[in-house]
Each structure stands twice: as C-alpha cells, then as structure tokens.
Design a protein around this ligand. Structure first.
Ligand SMILES: Cc1cc2nc3c(=O)[nH]c(=O)nc-3n(C[C@H](O)[C@H](O)[C@H](O)COP(=O)(O)O)c2cc1C
Length: 184
C-alpha cells in the first residue's frame, strides 16, 4: 500500500505515552506538515502553541482539573476526582490549536491541519490524540491571561489540542466504521 494510505489506516487515537520527549526535529516536521493543510481562502488563520515545558504543562493540568471539578457536569467531575487522571494522558507534548474567532470556517481549516499533523506523527510512529476537553481551561480565563500565556494571537479562540509522544502501547484496533457512503 502507498505510505500515505498506510498512515491513514494505522493512525489511532493514542492515550498511553512514554515520558521521553519527542525530539525537536520530529516536532518541527510534524508541525510543518500542519502548515501545509488547506485553509479557507488560504487565510492560514490558525496558530499552534507547542507546550513541552513540564512546569507549564503541570499548570495547565491543574487548571483544567479545577475547572472540570467546577463544571457541574457529572462525568467530568468523576474523572477529575480520580487522582491518576491526566487530561493529557501524560503525553510529553501538547499542541494547542487556536483560530481566528471571526472566521466562520476556521474550525474546518484547523480540522484539516489536525489531520495533517496526526498523519505526519503516525508516519514517524509517534502517537497522537485530538482532544477538545481543554476548552474548559478557558472557562474562567476572563482577562485572556491563559490565552496570552499560550501565545494565542489576539482575537483567536481555542479550537482543540493534540497530545503527542512516543507510544507506550500497540496501536489499538480501529473501532468499526459506519457505512455512510452513497455511490450515485
Ligand atoms: C473533534 C474531536 C474531538 C475529540 N475529543 C476527544 C477528547 O476530548 N478525548 C479523547 O480521548 N478523544 C477525543 N477524540 C478522539 C476520538 O475519540 C477518536 O478519534 C474516535 O474514538 C475514533 O478513534 P481513532 O481516532 O483511534 O480512529 C476526539 C476526536 C475528534 C475528531
């Protein structure tokens, strides 16, 4: 099979990582692949904040768990109360993707970038998982302090995050895919 197809079919959401950081060349290669995704009107109005500093990562984990506890949502509170819970699956790298809040197509552009990023990671045998729960990080970020600390450009909002790291597991089997294709 063509190697692009190999990556498409072998990529799985990975939720177990080794503590070792991925090397900087791999990180750059993966992020650069995201930049080559299509974007609406070629605006490229996305931003990639690559968190590899353990202290910042820990700070984000603590805020997220606190906000989950305060969310009033039963299953989030239950998760947050588990002392072994890490919302980033202990991945050594977490990429926060933000996009221009005034662009109505920015989620689609960022989604295309996510898939490029995750397929590039898989082609290097690096695990990834796209996660949207970190949206709760910004629930109490009234002055946009956290957005600024993460380097979001002014007027950008959180779209999703992607965890990255060397896999500490085999790729799980793919969940069955629904038959949702009509040939006309
Ligand atoms: C928009 C979006 C949001 C997601 N959010 C989460 C999340 O918050 N936590 C998580 O563990 N997985 C999340 N996932 C991963 C899905 O659970 C996963 O893609 C799905 O179960 C199919 O598994 P696969 O990626 O291994 O093919 C998300 C996926 C997408 C596309």
């Amino acid at each position: 099979m063509h190697k692009t197809m190999d990556s498409i079919y072998s990529r799985r959401s990975i939720r177990q990582y080794k503590p070792q950081q991925i090397n900087s060349q791999e990180t750059k290669t993966i992020l650069n692949a995201a930049l080559y995704a299509p974007s609406a009107r070629n605006l490229q109005d996305w931003h990639f904040s690559v968190v590899q500093d353990p202290a910042l990562r820990l700070k984000l984990k603590k805020i997220l768990i606190e906000n989950m506890n305060n969310s009033g949502v039963g299953f989030l509170i239950q998760k947050a109360e588990d002392p072994s819970f890490d919302p980033f699956f202990n991945a050594p790298t977490v990429v926060f993707i933000s996009g221009n809040a005034d662009d109505k197509f920015v989620d689609i552009s960022c989604g295309a970038a996510a898939q490029n990023l995750m397929l590039a990671a898989e082609s290097l045998n690096i695990g990834s998982c796209i996660i949207t729960t970190p949206e709760l990080l910004f629930a109490a970020d009234k002055e946009d302090e956290l957005k600024k600390e993460l380097g979001f450009p002014s007027g950008y909002r959180f779209v999703y995050a992607i965890t990255l790291g060397y896999k500490n597991c085999e790729n799980p089997a793919a969940a069955p895919r629904k038959n949702v294709i009509s040939f006309l």
